[in-house]
Design a binder for this molecule. Structure first.
Ligand code: 13P
Length: 262
């Protein structure tokens, strides 16, 4: 985590916590995190859609510095897309960051690179920040295809975006074999891939754009693994699944990340 980039710790709650539970988690987090922590780290929460309005009103009423996030959206603004949610609706709810291309969406809901790219553009068009997720399977890692897979997903994901838009983005490197498995990539593995992502973005844009994007690591991140990950020069934060459901553990992760940037 070098100077200049503010770390970003994001909690992806996936399909967990109804709006009552979500509110309780938010309030506990507000109590656990001192106000000044937000001067050194950005924190975003990505609850299910049905919780977003509840969290928005609470964040607003309590003037919390937590950034509201979403896990997904459609790339069209409106129309006959039963069950889908428009990026415009999220922007109206003060959502700041939207995860797209999560491996679970790619694998379980058939989202390919082309769809993910359309979502990236739609999210940017609505002045929100995409968190573009990329990552390899275990078979791809073992076949030595990690960089080819990840860099291919990055190139496809940011295709057609302007340099200043790319500079504002977040890329989350989430090795699929480390998600929900308790297996974390070593800090060095995370650095190797995050460094390769930054170099590839530099090659396709320029050094200053690549120096501005934030690259998160995700995959079984816990408080105990955060410091070492955050010490890597190209790891600018974490996208946290399971551990973000526990406010105590998540607050610890945030505080460690804040310490790493001071
Ligand atoms: P876990 O932290 O539960 O492995 O989930 C990672 C993830 O998929 C975050 O988007």
């Amino acid at each position: 985590m070098p100077d200049g980039r503010v770390p970003l710790i994001s909690g992806n709650w996936k399909m967990n916590l109804d709006h009552f539970e979500a509110l309780r988690n938010l309030q506990k987090l507000a109590w656990l995190l001192p106000k000044d922590v937000y001067e050194r780290v950005d924190v975003s929460l990505h609850p299910p859609f049905t919780d977003i309005r509840t969290l928005q009103t609470s964040i607003e009423a309590d003037r919390m510095d937590v950034l509201l996030g979403a896990q997904h959206c459609h790339h069209e603004v409106s129309g006959a897309y039963t069950g889908e949610v428009s990026p415009a609706f999220l922007a109206k709810l003060d959502v700041k960051l939207v995860i797209c291309g999560h491996s679970e969406r790619r694998e379980l809901f058939g989202e390919n690179d082309e769809i993910v790219n359309a979502k990236v553009k739609a999210i940017l068009a609505h002045k929100m920040t995409p968190i573009l997720c990329v990552g390899e399977t275990l078979a791809e890692r073992e076949a030595g295809e990690t960089e080819a897979k990840v860099l291919g997903q990055v190139a496809a994901g940011i295709a057609g975006a302007k340099k200043d838009q790319v500079a504002s983005m977040v890329i989350a490197y989430e090795p699929i074999w480390a998600i929900g498995t308790g297996k974390t990539a070593t800090a060095q593995d995370a650095q190797d891939v995050c460094g390769a992502i930054r170099r590839a973005v530099a090659a396709s844009t320029d050094a200053s754009t690549a120096g501005s994007i934030r690259i998160q690591y995700g995959g079984s991140v816990k408080a105990g693994t955060t410091a070492e990950l955050m010490a890597q020069p190209d790891v600018d934060g974490a996208l946290v699944g399971g551990a973000s459901l526990d406010p105590d553990e998540f607050a610890q992760i945030v505080k460690i990340a804040a310490g790493a940037s001071s």
